[in-house]
Design a protein around this ligand. Structure first.
Ligand code: FCB
Length: 484
């Protein structure tokens, strides 16, 4: 079989993904209030170049054109997130109709073009008020506070009420690992706190929010709706097979993966995780009954994958690597209780993020989740790469590295399918260049190039290549970039 005839199932969804704060802009319009990312990005020194999401891709005003662009590229599914502070400004109480109307119109436009919407309820933009206005006696609010999970439950019900008649695919959270451990552990993400105990509390309350949110969604949505979650599991590998390195792998697997899959899939926090972190917290924030709530039936699991992690034991606590897949250099560790673990560069070429290209991690994860959650369909809900794309003289953007990256990873998905994984679709990260969190606009992940001065969108050669793959359901060789 040659590359040219790697065929995907006919119903396979060929998608692209974005997130609200990364593309919408219009941060002060129609009643929207600041999220923790507005506050964080406006804090000097937190985001490279002082970039903020104030304007981003101006998608809030250009959404109709953006949907048309997707339709022209033959994209079959679009994963976007709803901005919580746009639809429920203070994170409590009544919804803002204009906010909900925006997403309703967006969904209608997608459906008109036969593009399947997938909604993510939470892609990191917590209303600032839920972080700042904390109950008396507690150090601060946000995800380390139990109440935030109940606020999310209410918000989930609001969005389901507004979009439930037209959206089938629903994800509660995007990458709760980043929210908890980058937001409250290493502090390289909003709200920028560096408190290991708070990071673990946040992880639990995100698990609880997922469970409460899934229940709230199901109480409103029609039976055909599918409720899932998007995780960024780590394909974590030991540097050697020495027992100490295997133990390092076990620790990181607990903190990166099982801290979420335990409560969500099995209704438990594993003993080794509790033991590894016992010096930091006694986990008394896990109340009776919580682990029944966190374990809800899943209509799908979304896997976000970029790169594998390689770890070893280290005698030197300072060697602890900054983070799983580098959203910013950190002085504080995002790995509570894993001080003596070192992170190493996996083999392979590097993307502009410095992330090694290794598609085998994606096959491994898809097969691992097939085994862990039998019968639960999987999606690749994010996969892609940043490169230093620059328009050529005629304005065209040629990005052969990204085409190779996508080709390699789609081949990895195909391999997982052949080995029995029930993968229903793939969402390229990202539809277009956007605000890459702590890296600002310097990192371009888009299949579509965005000129931030003019907001002109130009499909890169990877977009044309992907369009061809989506149209045929066959993996075209990477050298067939298909200029139109
Ligand atoms: C993921 C995020 C997404 C984007 C990619 C590159 O962790 O979910 O918003 O930043 O990384």
């Amino acid at each position: 079989m040659t590359d040219a005839n790697l065929r995907f199932p006919p119903a396979f969804l060929w998608g692209a993904a974005t997130a609200a704060y990364q593309i919408e802009g219009a941060v002060r319009e129609d009643g929207r209030t600041p999220s923790i990312w507005d506050t964080f990005s406006h804090t000097p020194g937190k985001v490279l170049g002082g970039d903020t999401g104030d304007v981003a891709c101006d998608h809030y005003h250009r959404w109709r054109d953006d949907v048309r662009l997707m339709a022209d590229l033959g994209i079959g599914a679009y994963r976007f997130s709803v901005s919580w502070p746009r639809v429920q400004p203070t994170g409590r109480g009544p919804a803002v109709q204009r906010g909900l109307d925006f997403y309703r119109a967006l969904v209608d436009e997608l459906l008109t073009h036969d593009i399947t919407p997938m909604v993510t309820l939470y892609h990191w933009d917590l209303p600032q008020e839920l972080e700042s206005a904390f109950p008396s006696g507690s150090p601060a609010g946000g995800w380390p506070e139990r109440d935030t999970a109940f606020r999310f439950e209410e918000y989930a019900g609001i969005v389901a009420g507004a979009l439930g008649d037209r959206v089938e695919w629903w994800a509660t959270l995007n990458e709760p690992w980043c929210s908890a451990f980058l937001g409250y552990g290493s502090g390289v993400h909003a709200p920028g706190r560096t408190d290991p105990a708070a990071a673990l509390r946040a992880a639990h309350h995100l698990n609880l929010a997922h469970g409460l949110g899934a229940r709230a969604l199901r109480s409103v949505l029609p039976g055909r709706a599918q409720v899932g979650v998007c995780l960024n599991p780590s394909a974590v590998r030991p540097l050697t097979s020495a027992p100490a390195d295997l133990d390092a792998r076990r620790r990181i697997d607990a903190l990166a993966n099982r801290v979420f899959t335990g409560p969500m899939l099995r209704g438990t926090y594993d003993d080794d995780l509790l033991a590894d972190t016992a010096r930091i917290t006694d986990w008394s924030f896990v109340h009776d009954g919580d682990l029944g709530v966190t374990r809800q039936p899943l209509g799908f699991i979304g896997i976000n994958y970029y790169s594998p992690a390689v770890v070893s034991a280290s005698a030197d606590a300072a060697a602890n690597g900054p983070r799983l897949d580098g959203h910013g250099a950190a002085e504080h560790s995002p790995w509570p209780g894993a001080d003596h673990v070192s992170f190493h560069r996996a083999p392979g070429e590097l993307t502009a993020m410095g992330w090694p290209v290794d598609p085998t991690g994606l096959t491994d994860l898809l097969l691992e989740y097939t085994a862990q959650a039998p019968g639960v369909p999987l999606f690749v809900t994010e996969n892609g790469a940043a490169y230093d794309d620059k328009p050529g003289a005629a304005g065209q953007v040629h990005d052969p590295d990204r085409v190779r990256y996508l080709h390699g990873h789609l081949t990895a998905v195909h391999q997982a399918l052949l080995s029995g994984a029930d993968v229903r679709g793939y969402f390229l990260w990202s539809l277009m260049d956007n605000f890459e969190w702590a890296y600002g606009y310097g990192k371009r992940f888009g299949a579509v190039y965005v000129d931030y001065d003019t907001q002109v969108r130009t499909p890169k050669s990877s977009a044309h290549w992907y369009a061809k793959v989506a149209a045929s359901g066959e993996l075209a060789p990477p050298d067939q970039e298909g200029e139109r």
